[in-house]
Design a protein around this ligand. Structure first.
Ligand code: DQA
Length: 157
């Protein structure tokens, strides 16, 4: 496991590679590259290291989560449509037992009923939805704060 600095895996699920083009009324005009740049800036300010990946394939996301066991302290994930369908993704997150924050650009609870259920939320530390690209920066801030608090508590004890 990596020591300091804090290392975070950022995972974007299916179709998020099309951000900026895809349903801009729902997801905005910001591209995935823009979001990644904002996350890298925030991570640099906070002294954290990021690895960022996007995949349209459930198995590739699961492999990346398994791999994170070896080096990451936490995971920031937008599972896209797999949020509402994937027991396997949920099991992967649960299996590696790293703190995970789930984010969504859109407010999934304001949308179709099939988006109201998440298989991921019960194994996430928390969920942020509905703030567009800011959901990601809010999520990363929350994750880094939680990890800092945990390491502070460990050094106290
Ligand atoms: C999403 C919400 C999901 O319901 C949808 O399938 C996505 C994007 C979001 O970021 O708002 O692909 O995760």
């Amino acid at each position: 496991m990596a020591g300091a600095p804090c290392a975070i895996l950022v995972l974007h699920g299916p179709n998020l590679n099309l951000l900026g083009l895809r349903e801009p009324d729902v997801y905005g005009r910001v591209t995935l590259e823009d979001i990644n740049r904002r996350l890298r800036e925030l991570a640099a300010q906070r002294g954290a290291a990021l690895r960022i990946a996007q995949s349209n394939h459930e198995g590739a996301l699961i492999d990346a989560i398994h791999d994170a066991r070896a080096w990451a302290h936490g995971i920031l994930i937008n599972p896209g449509g797999l949020t509402h369908t994937s027991v396997a993704l949920r099991d992967a997150i649960s299996a590696i037992a790293l703190p995970c924050v789930e984010v969504h650009l859109s407010n999934v609870h304001k949308r179709e009923p099939f988006r109201h259920h998440s298989f991921i939320s019960p194994v996430a530390v928390g969920v942020i939805a509905g703030f567009g690209w800011r959901s990601y920066t809010l999520g990363l801030t929350a994750l880094l704060d939680i990890l800092a608090e945990q390491s502070h508590n460990r050094s106290d004890g």
